[in-house]
Design a protein around this ligand. Structure first.
Ligand SMILES: Nc1nc2c(ncn2[C@@H]2O[C@H](COP(=O)(O)OP(=O)(O)OP(=O)(O)O)[C@@H](O)[C@H]2O)c(=O)[nH]1
Ligand SMILES: [Mg+2]
Length: 360
């Protein structure tokens, strides 16, 4: 091995990924080539082989186009997933790609039907060869036309696979606020998530999911990237946080850092809180001040420290009240307190069995 050998290999540019149509068409033509027709005579077998090739190649392509779109249709994207995708790739872009792929599917089916009908009239190896080649050519161009759409759908699928699956049927607490205010630290305290914590802004670049047990149901807790409150020019991480607040939240925990260690003034943070309150009047937003181990100031707001745990039990109590869905059973602790007087009203019943555990 020459001294330059390994380094040269390291710097070799990677080949661009083949367009999606290449793999799909390779497979379709391979499957078509395996056709083994029955027939009494060679001309009959040749004609049958052409028919089988047409059907198999078309069916394989259609099946694979279906597979490419399945992630988006069965089941359909949740409103939150749609918002995430719209923020990153533009509103309606996935829907447009899905429509184009569906149209390609229909055209391929039509092409296949026509070619199959035409194959009945074929005779002679030359005519059969020409017809199959022409069909393959048109089939290939129909698939290549949707290459940009298939590439986009694959990219979006990867994007979604890298994000946690938020169950729209469960209550969701979205922890949001400016960068560096202590969102991830508090999410680590409140839930099963262990998000990365660091002293620089935008440590969290995409949403992370944990679960918290509030005594009555599993609460999903979403850690989000910091938001700078810019109406325009938000970076992708901020856009992701906005999507979580607007589309995934049952309740928003809005964290404000009054210490100045986060790098942003309390006034800037208050402005974002006011904007969200005005834009989302139906959404419960609980403002909480963080890092109270560093600074305590006179305020009616709840103050917490993710470092020492101060204020966290009170925060959990407030969250239980806010998250409890209307008409649902109350949280376990409160249910016991509320039920206690009624139990006393009941006529006393002698215990069925006496035992040490019962006497205690
Ligand atoms: N003293 C003190 N420091 C805290 C507290 N909570 C977080 N920090 C510190 O603040 C810094 C930022 O904490 P993170 O939890 O990463 O903040 P974040 O809001 O998730 O930050 P981004 O993901 O970058 O938006 C880290 O250095 C933490 O150790 C707290 O309650 N008290
Ligand atoms: Mg964070």
């Amino acid at each position: 091995m020459t001294p330059q050998g390994p380094s040269r290999r390291r710097h070799r540019p990677t080949a661009p990924a083949a367009p999606p149509s290449v793999g799909i068409l390779d497979l379709a033509f391979h499957r078509a080539s395996l056709a083994t027709p029955h027939g009494d005579s060679k001309p009959e077998r040749d004609r049958r082989r052409a028919e089988l090739k047409i059907v198999r190649a078309g069916a394989t392509v259609v099946r694979h186009l279906r597979l490419e779109t399945r992630r988006f249709l069965h089941p359909p994207l949740t409103p939150f997933e749609r918002a995430l995708v719209a923020e990153r790739y533009g509103a309606g872009s996935v829907e447009r790609s899905l429509t184009r792929v569906r149209r390609a599917e229909e055209r391929i089916r039509g092409l296949q039907r026509d070619a199959e009908r035409g194959a009945r009239r074929l005779h002679g190896p030359e005519m059969i060869g020409d017809a199959v080649r022409a069909y393959y050519g048109r089939l290939s161009s129909f698939v290549r036309e949707v290459d940009p759409d298939l590439a986009r759908l694959r990219e979006v699928e990867r994007f979604l696979a890298e994000r946690p699956q938020v169950n729209p049927g469960l209550p969701t607490l979205v922890v949001a606020g400016f960068p560096n205010v202590g969102k991830s630290s508090l999410v680590g305290r409140l839930s099963s998530a262990h998000p990365k914590v660091a002293e620089y802004p935008f440590t969290t670049l995409s949403i992370a999911l944990g679960h918290a047990d509030l005594g009555f149901d599993r609460l999903q807790v979403l850690d989000t990237p910091g938001v700078l409150g810019r109406v325009r020019h938000a970076n992708p991480a901020e856009a992701e946080a906005e999507a979580a607040v607007r589309r995934a939240a049952t309740v928003v925990l809005f964290l404000l850092d009054p210490t100045g260690t986060g790098g942003h003034s309390i006034e800037e943070q208050e402005r974002l809180l006011e904007r969200w309150r005005a834009e989302l009047p139906e959404l419960p937003i609980l403002p909480v001040e963080t890092k109270c181990d560093l600074l305590r100031r006179p305020t009616d707001r709840l103050q917490v420290s993710a470092l020492t745990g101060e204020g966290v039990p009170e925060l959990q109590r407030r969250l239980r009240e806010l998250v409890r869905p209307k008409g649902e059973l109350p949280p376990m602790e409160e249910a016991l307190v509320e039920a206690a007087p009624e139990v006393e009203d009941l006529p006393a019943r002698p215990p069925k069995r006496s035992g040490r555990a019962r006497r205690e």
